[in-house]
Design a protein around this ligand. Sequence first.
Ligand code: URA
Length: 192
Amino acid sequence: PEEAPVQDLSSCSLEELAGLIRRCSACPLGSLRKNAVPGEGSSKPEVMLIGEAPGGQEDESGKTFVGAAGKYLDKWLDAVHLSRDRNVFIANVIKCRPPGNRDPEESEMKSCFPYLLAQIELLKPRAILCLGRFAGRKITGMETSLRNMREKVHSFKDIPVIVTYHPSAVLRNPELRRPVWDDLRRLSGLIG
Ligand code: URA
C-alpha cells in the first residue's frame, strides 16, 4: 500500500495529474479522505507554494488552503503582489487529509511525493516557497528544524527555494509575523 504510483507521471498534463491524484489509493489515506486536493492556481506560476496537507475544509471542498490558514495566506500573497489566479500555484506535500489533521507520516509523504515532483517539473516556477517544516524538509532534504532552514536560499532542480513558517503556526504565534515578512521580501527579491 505504500508503493509510489506506477504510472510515468512525467508526460502528464496538470489536469491529468489532478485526475490521478483524485483517484489515488497508493497509501491508506486514500480510503480515509473525502476529497483529494491536487492543488491549484496559475499554470505558469512565478511562485509555487508548498503546504503540508489538506485540513478539514480542504478535504470537504477538494481545494487547497480554503480555511483560516488560507485566508491568512492570501494576505501574505497580497503583500508581495502575488495572487492565486495570476502567478501562484499552491500544492501540498501530501494530497489527502490525515485523520484529525495529525502530522503526515514518512510513508505517506514518500508515497505522494511523485505527484509533487511531477507538478514542480511541469510548472517550472521561478521560485518555490515552502510553508512549514514538512514541505521544507521534503524539498531541501534537510532533517532539521524550520529555524535552521530559514534565512537561506536553497535550490531544488535549479529552482530557488525559500522556507518559511506555516500560516497556521503564525496565526497561533504572532511573533512569527516579522520573520515571515523577511522571508516574503526575500522571495520577492528572487522573482524581481
Ligand atoms: N494547511 C496546509 O498545509 N494545506 C492546506 O491546503 C490547508 C491547510
